[in-house]
Ligand binder design. Sequence first.
Ligand code: 16G
Ligand code: MG
Length: 542
Amino acid sequence: MDLDAVTKQSVLHAKPDGLILQYGTAGFRTKAEHLDHVMFRMGLLAVLRSKQTKSAIGVMVTASHNPEEDNGVKLVDPLGEMLAASWEEHATCLANAEEEHLPRVLVDISEKAAVDLHQDAFVVIGRDTRPSSEKLSQSVIDGVTVLGGQFHDYGLLTTPQLHYMVFCRNSKGQYGKATVEGYYQKLSSAFVELTKQAFCSGDDRRTLRVDCANGIGALKLAEMRHYFSQGLSVQLFNDGTKGKLNHLCGADFVKSHQKPPQGIEMRANERCCSFDGDADRIVYYYHDADGQFHLIDGDKIATLISSFLKELLLEIGDGLSLGVVQTAYANGSSTRYLEEVMKVPVYCTKTGVKHLHHKAQEFDIGVYFEANGHGTVLFSKAAETKIKQLAKESEDEKRKAAKMLESIIDLFNQTIGDAISDMLVIEAILALKGLTVQQWDALYTDLPNRQLKVKVADRQVISTTDAERQVVKPPGLQEAINDLVKKYRLSRAFVRPSGTEDIVRVYAEADSQENTDSLAYEVSLAVFQLAGGIGERPQRGF
Ligand code: 16G
Ligand code: MG
């Protein structure tokens, strides 16, 4: 390591005095103007991680669904997964080191993590469409270069595409070709193969309206749609030509406000979906004939997908295990439906993709989705081998099911939730099953639910257990929540410190919207009183 060169370069990417940031659930995320030094340093860190793992490492510059003025950065591990937890700590140390300590912190990390400094390093870089992203990704490149790392800058990519590129490179092309065309071709040919049956009877081209959140998803879908246009026609809205990124649109807006985005033309009973700003989340929705809005969130997406998979698994009859992973935010109706009607085992993990991802890896086939629309399906190596074998050797009906599963393996981005890949799977299933959006929606009825935020002096005074469903500290808070929940039917509530904002989140559900709103308010008040609330007290009615 040429530490003198690092020190010299670092001056050009100086850290603002006193700024402390943490590598959280979604990497570093804050106002773009505070991130230049973080980007440079994440370039440095990616080189060390690459040397240590002897693999290509990814760096994605994005702040997902945050406002356009924000930005952020995430590192991607060799198999296209989220950065390992111990390296999140290194990332935080490095980002917060004062200029004069930077060389020492680099040496410390190299020693602690036993990095072989003679090893080559390769870093793969992608960015979203934010105005600040291009310059910030240049700062990442400066960091990579000063430590002698090689890099490939893909420029504009969705977050899942960057994860895909990293995995392709480290699997020596086995997972796919590490190019955008490779990505388009892999997914599209799996989609065309899977839907062959559904579309063989004449022209049955389906149309889907997509709100692209004025983000990267619009550019990539526009490039990609020709590859699958025989089966599906996508109409793009909020494509970034006029509106502002994530402003009154996108998956996060639709899910949290439970209303349609601006800028999309909806027709009664027609399917629409929204991506988030970096295209790793998707939610569906429609208006019924009475103009009422219906949201189909990640829970219902998981339900549709797992019921289809379960059917195929019964067909091949090979005892492969199927599990669904959710978080505490999953609507109670979805959990009940999956467990009681579909008889699929359901597990709950802490919020954040990496927790769901790791749990899903325990099954032959692990379906994971957050209610907010982030999710995918993971197939174990053993399951993949078995399915491929059956697709070749078994008799007709079994072979048909195995071939479908084979296409589904290719169609799901196995590295992380991917709005484009999820969209194609959902469209394929709806077409194959001949389901309308209303029929899909009618699988079960969501319990009314409400999310609120409470400001407290220090959100870390709250600690939780049982996948964030129970509070252990401060004393008395869980008892207070228990008493409030008892007042209502079909009710449930929990609180947790946010991993991305300086607030505490409150979630409640109950038998009616009115009761849900009361419960959410009462729990917010308990948090405010018992966990050091600041500013205005929570108000009833919102
Ligand atoms: C991040 C997570 C997302 C989670 C959200 C929760 C990743 C890639 N993203 O966006 O999964 O739902 O944080 O935010 O892990 P919160 O902690 O503020 O509620
Ligand atoms: Mg996102």
